[in-house]
Design a protein around this ligand. Sequence first.
Ligand SMILES: [Zn+2]
Length: 479
Amino acid sequence: MKYEAVIGLEVHVQVRTASKMFCSCPNRYGAEPNTLVCPVCLGYPGTLPVPNHEAILKAVRAGLLTECTIAKFSKFDRKSYFYPDLAKNYQISQYDLPFCTAGRLHLSGKGFSSAELPDKYIGITRIHLEEDPAKLTHAGGVSGADYNRSGVPLLEVVSEPDMRSADEAYAYLTKLKEIMQYGGISDCDMEKGQMRCDVNISLRPFGQKEFGTKIELKNLNSFRAAHRAVEYEMWRQADILDKGGSMKQETRGWNDDAGESYLMRTKEEAHDYRYFPDPDLMPVTFTDEEIDAIRKTLPELPGAMRARFVTECGLTEYDAEVLTADRSVAAWFDQAAKLSKSPKLVANWIISELLRLLGEEKVAIDECKITPATLAELVDLIENKTINGKIGKEVFAEMFATGKAPAAIVKEKGLVQVSDSGAIAQVVTDAINANPAQVEQYKAGNAKVLQFLVGQVMKLSKGKANPQLVIAELKKQLD
Ligand SMILES: [Zn+2]
């Protein structure tokens, strides 16, 4: 490839709030269409918008978490356009004075195709707050409009054209989502349309300074789709340029099933939205003290959390990555690790057992019957040799099903590990007597048979014997 891709992203993120941006209708997904509406979000004449304080605070949080400068004076503007998804004929948005500007986001680690990413920052031009339009659905020659979404607070995060590959775009999206989730700003559930992404992409020969003609790819509904679409577009544009053709500025859609982009419209000129300050809304001002107060409420971000898990809890980078991929899992582990003497083992149990069971049963970690305290207790019971690891799994399954404390289960079922050497010697003798053929093989020099005999002893002890003592005793009696 003799061209370099220049990629910028525009990401829309729905803000998690109780009510909509400028009215008191609930901000909720999945209700019957057009049941969460009122005269304000339906654009009736004579109604007045009242800004949602929580949404503005969350916009500022998003800005602080991405190292933006927070405007001390900003305002809402009317973006005029006529389309059925906005009953007012204009959208309340922000034009020249957004809440957040000039931020950045750090990329590092491995990309989508597991190649190492360059260690670099992606600039964030601006983050502004606006209202989401209604959702239009077109099917069978009929169109429907659901105004439940109209007026939901929406952040628009515009990046600088700093990305150079599909992997970088994917990593940027992943990082941004992580920040929005950790910051409590949005759940970013893409299936519910809470995070949506448009890509701007152009090619230029390596070494050239000027940008090529930019193509806009609209409404990519998953990060994977965004990655595929960027790779496809790079290939498509390179092919046109190679053949001596030139690019026209256009907007394209992405057909994920066909794996190709298609022309939506050619842009002859930029839209004239006739922005002007919304006369119904006061400017929004912040003092330094107010911004600092918000800064103090910011959570620890996943990057910092991962580093802490590695240094303080002795986890591998991989473990830390798995645990912080979901904010609730990270918080859950953090709590359990603080209660246990062996945080690394707690992490192992979560990664190899708990996450698997949660996935199988489709249960969220916060709704599961095992608590950070009971898992910490289980790990400590294994560590202090009250039970062995195999029995631990049995107890774990019981905890998952019933929510009982591990000590109670161990007591109830008589599962305490047998470490009494007399009792173990007896079971070992029984196992030796019951398996003369294998004992013969072991004595003839087949060391692998020992594992079989250990298994027989464990079986006879119903899994309760201390495995280290069993091995020692077997060797003693066989030698
Ligand atoms: Zn409303």
